[in-house]
Design a protein around this ligand. Sequence first.
Ligand code: SIN
Length: 303
Amino acid sequence: MTQDRRAAPALMRATSRATSIRVEALTGTIGAELFDVHLGAVAEDDDLLAEVRRLLLQYRVIFFRDQDITRAEHVAFARRFGELEDHPVVGSHPDHPGLVQIYKTPESPPERNENSWHTDATWRDVPPMGCVLRCVECPPVGGDTMWVDMVEAYRQLPEDIKAKIEPLRARHGIEASFGAAMPIEKRLALKEKYPDAEHPVVRTHPETGEKILFVNGSFTTHFVNYNTPANVRFGLDKAPGSTQLLSYLVSQANIPEYQVRFRWRKNSVAFWDNRSTQHYAVMDYPPCHRKMERAAIVGDRPF
Ligand code: SIN
């Protein structure tokens, strides 16, 4: 299923065909807010569930307001899309495994991992297919999250770049992000437990068949198969060839035409397709509290 939203303006503000869910697109590219829907009910209704999945694939990130749901309901909703996974560094709720607590308080350590464009956990061989994030406590102002459409980022690349990156594969690691502030022994232990993953630079969406630019500035460290005779005459060619190309690709996430920005309220929920997007949590609120709970749904191996 590939839909060009700009070719279908009726979809900008519509009631879903199959259910009573009302849909409002938030940009011409990515993101929609869904109304008249309660996630507790979706988890129990196969038609609603199928419609939410369809809208997720179409808009890549979908938003729900006023979801006064319990943690068990949050988990139950996400579980309808697959198994959940914990995070090796950010802890989960003690009574709800799989519900990762992204809590920032004035006392939080200064490390910041979320305010950098990233697709969650690409350092895994099998990164999550999607994440369901609920706002438990908001700062009075600020703390928005942004998402970027990496299908659109791929689609709009110049054709010669598309041809050049088609065969490339890249390394993704946890060490230089979540491990960076750790003492060396702890960092090496983290890397041993979660060795680097290798993924195609252009992945294919397993459900829609769309091509996705799949490198990100937080976890992608280098191309693993760039330095071939076709690209490198002398050692001198290596750095400008591969480093500048990777940095150019990573920078595509900065293009506002591919982005949506969401202002949180307590009990707002975002559900994003982690295969086709990156996100960035804007840290303009410290020293206030911001408490988010995230269920990451196990995905499949990128191809
Ligand atoms: C994340 O990076 O997965 C969390 C985003 C957020 O806290 O807004």
